[in-house]
Design a protein around this ligand. Structure first.
Ligand code: URA
Length: 295
């Protein structure tokens, strides 16, 4: 390779890397320094270039900006360095985009167990440092009804199941009041690792983890998803308004009815909100009663 052709190749690689940096930055990843190391090292040896600035992703600051379509194919040296969570989000996102354009339901190509195996002992974001274990979605894989919360708390982190603490006990009562059992429904969270001091997950942490929830939803295809609280609301729906304004009004996620309502932890702090929550759940019951099972 001549120095000229090496330099041309380097420029092209950097152009591609910037394009991917912008796209994956929008998905919430932080850096692709590693992606640039392979071409940088081999090409620097062949040219007089001294150093190349690593390209940093711009983390997502506003979910409304997540509109970019993925570039057609990933250069292998970049693909190797991109976290599996983001790589795997691409086919699913594309699947959803096609489904939206054609009006067809996305066809799942995997089982829940495969998604959980892919998550494994996840280290894709910083929350892994403080968790005891990953808390995956749990419940009936053919459920008509799914509940989505924010992230595990201390009890969930200890037991490895979502919603098993005080908020979870209240959620169980709400499900039973709807005439169902916990075993009938499926329950998950936007994030699967307990955030330190139970803080809200950052936009970036949520963006890294939620593709797994989207994949699970594509597999289960519940008829209704109840999103509990702002984190679940804003990560499933492109909505900037808060839960207080949106609750009680059916929304759509990939052709699935979504009912936003208050988070049970909030109801523990303000029990007066239980009445409105019950109104929201009654709307869900009405919908399910009037729409027979699609299985
Ligand atoms: N709060 C959540 O949002 N999720 C849980 O699993 C427990 C508490």
């Amino acid at each position: 390779m001549t120095p000229e052709s090496a330099a041309t190749e380097l420029v092209e690689l950097l152009r591609q890397a910037r394009e991917y940096a912008r796209y994956f930055g929008e998905l919430g990843a932080e850096t692709i320094d590693a992606a640039l190391q392979t071409p940088t090292k081999s090409l620097v040896a062949n040219t007089s270039a001294k150093s190349i600035e690593p390209i940093r992703f711009k983390p997502v600051t506003d979910l409304e900006t997540r509109t970019t379509t993925p570039p057609a194919s990933l250069p292998p040296q970049i693909a190797r360095a991109v976290p599996t969570s983001l790589r795997d989000a691409l086919p699913q996102d594309s699947l959803f985009a096609v489904a939206e354009a054609t009006g067809a339901a996305p066809q799942p190509t995997e089982a829940l167990e495969e998604i959980w195996a892919d998550i494994g002992d996840c280290t894709r974001c910083g929350l892994c440092a403080g968790r005891t274990q990953v808390v995956n979605t749990h419940g009936n894989p053919t459920a008509r009804l799914m509940f989505v919360g924010e992230a595990p708390g201390a009890d969930e982190d200890a037991q490895g199941k979502p919603f098993v603490g005080r908020a979870g006990q209240l959620l169980t009562k709400m499900i039973e009041a709807m005439g169902m059992k916990r075993e009938d429904v499926i329950i998950g969270n936007v994030n699967r690792c307990r955030p330190p001091s139970n803080r809200q997950p950052t936009l970036e942490e949520a963006a890294i983890c939620r593709p797994f929830l989207f994949r699970e939803i594509a597999v289960v295809r519940p008829q209704v998803i109840v999103v509990m609280g702002n984190t679940a609301l804003r990560n499933l729906l492109e909505i900037r308004e808060g839960i207080t304004r949106v609750r009680g009004k059916f929304q759509d996620f990939q052709g699935i009815k979504v009912m936003p309502t208050f988070h049970p932890a909030y109801l523990l702090r303000d029990p007066s909100k239980k009445r409105e929550t019950w109104e929201d759940l009654k709307r869900v019951m009405d919908y399910l009663d009037n729409h027979s099972s699609n299985r």
